[in-house]
Write a protein that binds this ligand. Structure first.
Ligand code: DQA
Length: 139
């Protein structure tokens, strides 16, 4: 199976960014452990701080790949364009959030992308990415 891990804005700063909320592991460290844990999966990884680049990446892989695990960061709460891109493609997308957005500011309670995704994993830390991968492997 081929799976894309797609991270949105500010997630390049994981490990340094608000570690009390997001932890002290960098995504590069976590990604290496993911590749090790699921040798049967061919992983691709893309991070961008730009909404359009995320939309372009969804278009590029979304008709050929087995699944996408996406943390759209703050675009989750604002981007109709990303929600539409997910609806437009064939590959199933699982939404992941490291923090429990339901316990945070009310502007984080709305996800525009949720209805376009097969499901959402929220508040389980980086572990959410591997739970999403396991779901996509079994799909
Ligand atoms: C986040 C939650 C978002 O509200 C926030 O803007 C992020 C990270 C998370 O993984 O918890 O950048 O998606």
């Amino acid at each position: 199976k081929e799976i894309l891990i797609l991270n949105g804005p500010n997630l390049n700063l994981l490990g340094k960014r608000e570690p009390d909320i997001y932890g002290s592991t960098t995504f590069e460290e976590y990604y290496a452990s993911l590749e090790k844990k699921y040798p049967e999966v061919t992983f691709r990884y893309f991070q961008s701080n730009s909404e359009g680049a995320l939309v372009d990446k969804i278009h590029e892989v979304g008709f050929e790949i087995d699944g996408i695990v996406m943390n759209a960061g703050a675009y989750t709460h604002t981007s109709i364009a990303i929600a539409d891109a997910i609806s437009a493609v064939k590959s199933p997308v699982v939404e992941v959030h490291i923090s429990n957005v339901a316990k945070r500011e009310t502007f984080r309670h709305i996800s525009y992308m949720a209805k376009s995704c097969v499901g959402s994993i929220i508040g389980l830390g980086l572990k959410g990415y591997e739970l999403a991968v396991e779901y996509l492997i079994e799909l």
